[in-house]
Write a protein that binds this ligand. Structure first.
Ligand SMILES: [Zn+2]
Length: 369
């Protein structure tokens, strides 16, 4: 099967799958996925293994969110056991997760001269890597596949070591990508502000576990285990507690859920959110036309910029580009006064060619939530 065919099949898979898991249930389900476990140690430090740190942080997040109203927490593992990559995604899909959070610790090769000094948190969403080092992270995390027999069949011919295999992650029409980037933004900001990690940003790469989970999904690299100072922090009580609190707060912010009877910062969450919406409303009074809230229709996201007039935009008019979370995103049809008008236009003119086209809010030359 050639690469293009493979990419198209997988794109179709991505586009069709999410609807199957939207069926009704109460509350919001977050799937916490502590990476590695059992015979799979993950990255190895001087004093510990990645698998242990991932589990400690995930268990602490579960504890912090135990009293959150209308929030269900599902763990892919809560002890030291091996779980295959595909099975992690299966657990998330079976439980109809609304958000998938995979927790990992980063490292670089032994011969990397920055090995002892490299530091910082990054949060990945699914996409095509922009740099060789992002590809290396995905390759390392996907390599777990090789611990399984007949992994080539189980993973539809995907070869974690072949750079060519990763081309399938270039395009997305998936609404989940946008939600994933929003959550990734919130998480990396809090890991830096509240847990003092250096900010390596929201990045993209081809992680199988994100590809196979049919919901907004991110993979967090907390920090580097190969840097002895960071490794010490990752294993300290204070470190685990701060990082878990940062991620738990991001989950509360993203879901709008609250923790009852607790001193957690969900109160400040609320005021932060309402401040934002107040700002956007009050700025409308003080004119400039760009401050007016309008509605746009997003048709496509791509890891690389697509030139105007490309065949990929066939069937769309007034195509415009904006950038977010390392993606180039495209809207069509211009600005609409109401979401109803935008929805009508999308139905009549765009969904034939772009079935997953969806409405976004637009203000001051950028997307707003
Ligand atoms: Zn890992």
């Amino acid at each position: 099967m050639n690469i293009l065919h493979k990419a198209l099949t997988l794109l179709l898979f991505l586009v069709c799958l999410p609807a199957a898991f939207a069926a009704g249930k109460d509350g919001f389900t977050v799937v916490l996925d502590p990476g590695h476990g059992g015979k799979d140690y993950g990255a190895v430090g001087l004093i510990t293994y990645e698998k242990t740190i991932n589990l400690n942080v995930a268990l602490e997040i579960r504890r912090l969110l135990a009293d959150a109203k209308e929030l269900n927490i599902v763990m892919t593992r809560d002890d030291d056991r091996f779980i295959a990559l595909q099975e992690r995604a299966n657990i998330a899909n079976r439980n109809h997760g609304d958000l998938f959070v995979s927790i990992h610790v980063n490292s670089v090769a032994k011969n990397n001269k920055n090995r002892l000094s490299i530091a910082g948190a990054s949060v990945y969403t699914l996409g095509l890597h922009r740099t060789a080092s992002n590809l290396e992270v995905a390759k390392r995390e996907n390599a777990v596949m090789e611990l399984e027999s007949d992994y080539s069949t189980k993973y539809q011919g995907f070869d974690p070591n072949s750079t060519e295999s990763y081309i399938m992650f270039e395009l997305s029409q998936n609404k989940h990508l946008d939600q994933s980037i929003n959550f990734a933004d919130m998480t990396v900001a809090r890991l830096c502000k509240n847990a003092g990690r250096r900010n390596r940003g929201v990045l993209q790469a081809g992680f199988w576990v994100l590809h196979a989970s049919a919901m907004p999904s991110v993979l967090i690299e907390l920090d580097f285990i190969c840097n002895p100072t960071c490794e010490k922090y990752l294993n300290s009580k204070e470190g685990v507690s701060q990082m878990a609190q940062a991620i738990a707060d991001a989950i509360l912010q993203y879901t709008g859920c609250r923790v009852e009877h607790s001193e957690n910062s969900e109160h400040s969450e609320r005021s932060e959110n309402s401040e934002n919406s107040e700002n956007s409303e009050s700025s409308e009074n003080s004119t400039p036309s760009s401050a007016k809230l309008t509605y746009r229709i997003q048709i496509l996201a791509s890891s690389i910029s697509i030139p105007q007039g490309s065949a990929r935009f066939k069937g769309a008019e007034k195509v415009e580009e904006y950038q977010q979370g390392g993606w180039f995103k495209y809207t069509a049809g211009g600005d609409f006064e109401t979401d109803g008008e935008a929805e009508r236009y999308a139905r009549q003119h765009l969904r034939g060619a772009f079935p997953e086209a969806f409405i976004i809010k637009w203000q001051n030359g950028q997307r707003v939530n």
